[in-house]
Design a protein around this ligand. Structure first.
Ligand code: NAD
Length: 333
């Protein structure tokens, strides 16, 4: 199969080039994102390989179908950027990498939490500047605190295991309970109770209409004072304007974000010698108790190797059998 790979960086190419050796497929790498302006570059290929910020709306899927593309191979777990109904209508199958390293994302969520709580990001700058004062760096023991996990699937469960190791109490919210989390003593509750009980809230749910702006003004109102919020799921699960208000009022004590609702034109790019065009993100970056990483949680050697190998295998399975166990389907209305 001739696969066109959008949104690639040198690190993606390295792992995909290695994985493709075991197949008969060929890869064309593009740095650009898939958008209405770049969709025509897919002409002459059989498969489009896309990532988290590529646009796969109805218009783009129709254009791809017109070019004879029958398969979208996502090299990520989330598929909120794909209009699955339009894909089905246009006879395009969508496959993904449902699991690569839940440890990578869970460990990154913990890294954000620990850095924020103990002000490691601020201490790093200070000590390099010869400032060894502790003023403003006071943290709290995680031991004995209550951690709320929203979405207790593969990543949420790994995060819960680590927090359990720290001696935290666990409260969880999910539409399905996870026996592994229950075995850790997780107390499954509804959203209001989780918001009221948790000292730390970490999001690990997919972005769906139900989870869009799950953390909004109303939710923040119900949280404990000085709450820590960590989001490594999808940016739009959090209403950014609402968290800025919560930070300004002091209700939110710490905010760690690996994802941002308007990240598509910003993340994965080096904009260090430009003015950031997004005022909301710029405001977030001014808070000393906010730590932002640019959708980096998945970024480990193990995860990239697994993403590349699964993506190539997904295409092979589809070519050989017309189906693939990692296919995603639209939710029935
Ligand atoms: P998963 O499918 O194993 O788990 C998701 C869990 O969320 C499931 O248990 C599901 O029942 C639950 N859920 C669905 N709707 C919910 C709702 N309305 N309220 C509460 N829970 C709900 O997925 P996963 O592998 O654990 O990944 C979780 C999310 O993490 C992905 O959807 C993706 O958005 C995000 N992610 C981010 C990165 C990153 O680099 N930052 C990498 C991988 C995945």
């Amino acid at each position: 199969m001739k696969i066109i790979v959008y949104s690639t960086k040198p690190y993606d190419r390295r792992f995909l080039d290695e994985a493709v050796q075991s197949s008969n497929h060929s890869l064309t790498f593009l740095e650009t994102r898939l958008t209405a302006a770049t969709v025509k570059l897919a002409a002459g290929h059989d498969v489009v390989c896309a990532f988290v910020n590529d646009e796969l709306d109805e218009g783009i899927l129709k254009s791809l179908a017109d070019m004879g593309i029958h398969l979208i191979a996502l090299r990520c777990a989330g598929f909120n950027n794909v209009d699955l109904t339009a894909a089905k209508k246009n006879a395009i199958s969508v496959v993904r990498v449902p699991e690569y390293s839940p440890h990578a994302v869970a460990e990154h969520a913990v890294a954000l939490l620990l850095a924020l709580n103990r002000n490691i990001h601020r201490a790093y700058g200070r000590t390099r500047d010869g400032n060894f004062s502790l003023e403003g760096l006071l943290g709290f023991d995680l031991y004995g605190r209550t951690v709320g996990v929203v979405g207790t699937g593969k990543i949420g469960c790994e995060f819960a295991k680590i927090m359990n190791g720290f001696g935290c109490h666990l409260v969880g919210l999910d539409i399905h309970t996870n026996p592994e989390c229950e075995a850790l003593g997780m107390d499954y509750v509804q959203l209001p109770e989780l918001l009221q009980r948790a000292d730390v809230i970490s999001l690990h749910c997919p972005l769906t209409p139900e989870t869009h702006h799950l953390i909004d003004h109303d939710a923040i109102e119900q949280m404990k004072p000085d709450v820590t919020i960590i989001n490594t799921s999808r940016g739009a699960c959090v209403d950014t304007t609402a968290v800025i208000a919560g930070l300004k009022s002091g209700k939110i004590g710490r905010l760690g974000l690996d994802v941002y609702e308007e990240e598509a034109d910003l993340f994965f790019e080096d904009l260090s010698d430009q003015v950031i065009p997004d005022d909301t993100l710029s405001r977030l970056l001014t808070f000393p108790n906010v730590l932002i990483t640019g959708h980096q949680a998945f970024f480990t050697k193990e995860a990239l190797a697994c993403i590349a190998a699964t993506t190539i295998q997904n295409v092979t399975d589809f070519e050989e059998t017309g189906k693939c166990k990692n296919q995603v389907q639209p939710t029935p209305a």
